[in-house]
Design a protein around this ligand. Structure first.
Ligand code: ZN
Length: 213
């Protein structure tokens, strides 16, 4: 029974869910009868879009880390900080908790997302023999990490608060800030545009067969 259920897909049953409202429709319907959204069986171009966004994000990661991200004016002295020197500066200034948050939001989360998404897209594109269950767990982990991108907003608000408190006299975003914002945006979009149903069309792997028994 479980083997039959595991192999049964909407596409073989002639059904497809609406991408907008989730209503199940038959293949012959071109538009959702409830909300009018166009129905697509599988968005094969989504894999290419996801790759393009991910590669662009990876390229932008270099200027985001190599160029200064903030410009601080303190007593007439201008100080440019990259993400890394900014973290070192915070540690030296005894602001360790903020340094940890900045490290997590600006280095750890974007890196993990890019590495995770690359591994995921490679597994789908090259049909690596990884079970569907494991790939789906991987995707949930990537999505979970993605939520932590919100930490950046937190860091920005803390920086603004520090400026207002007069600890840092004048802080302005430097060139890397735009690149960094784009890295976050593009990695989010790369995960968002991917049609995860492409995953279910893969051949059954050894692990999937074992899982069914
Ligand atoms: Zn609908």
């Amino acid at each position: 029974m479980s083997e039959l259920n595991n192999k049964m897909q909407g596409i073989t049953l002639g059904l497809t869910p609406c991408p907008s409202c989730g209503k199940l429709s038959v293949h012959s319907d071109i538009h959702c009868k409830r909300c009018g959204k166009a129905l697509v069986l599988r968005d094969y171009s989504s894999l290419h879009k996801s790759w393009a966004l991910l590669i662009t994000a990876t390229i932008l990661l270099f200027p985001a880390n190599l160029y200064p991200i903030t410009m601080l004016v303190n007593r007439g002295q201008i100080r440019h900080d990259t993400i890394f020197t900014g973290i070192v500066h915070l540690v030296e200034s005894d602001m360790f908790p903020i340094a940890v948050i900045l490290f997590t939001a600006s280095i750890l989360v974007p890196m993990l997302k890019i590495v995770g998404l690359t591994a995921y897209l490679i597994a789908i594109s090259f049909r690596l023999p990884i079970s569907k269950q494991k790939l789906m767990i991987g995707f949930h982990i990537i999505e979970w990490i993605g939520r932590w991108s919100m930490l950046d907003l937190f860091v920005i608000s803390i920086t603004a608060a520090l400026v207002n408190m007069g600890q840092l006299l004048d802080a302005k975003p430097a060139p890397a800030a735009t690149a960094f914002a784009l890295v976050i945006l593009l990695t989010q979009l790369a995960a968002k545009v991917l049609d995860t149903r492409l995953l279910w069309d893969r051949l059954e792997s050894k692990d999937d067969a074992n899982g069914n028994t």
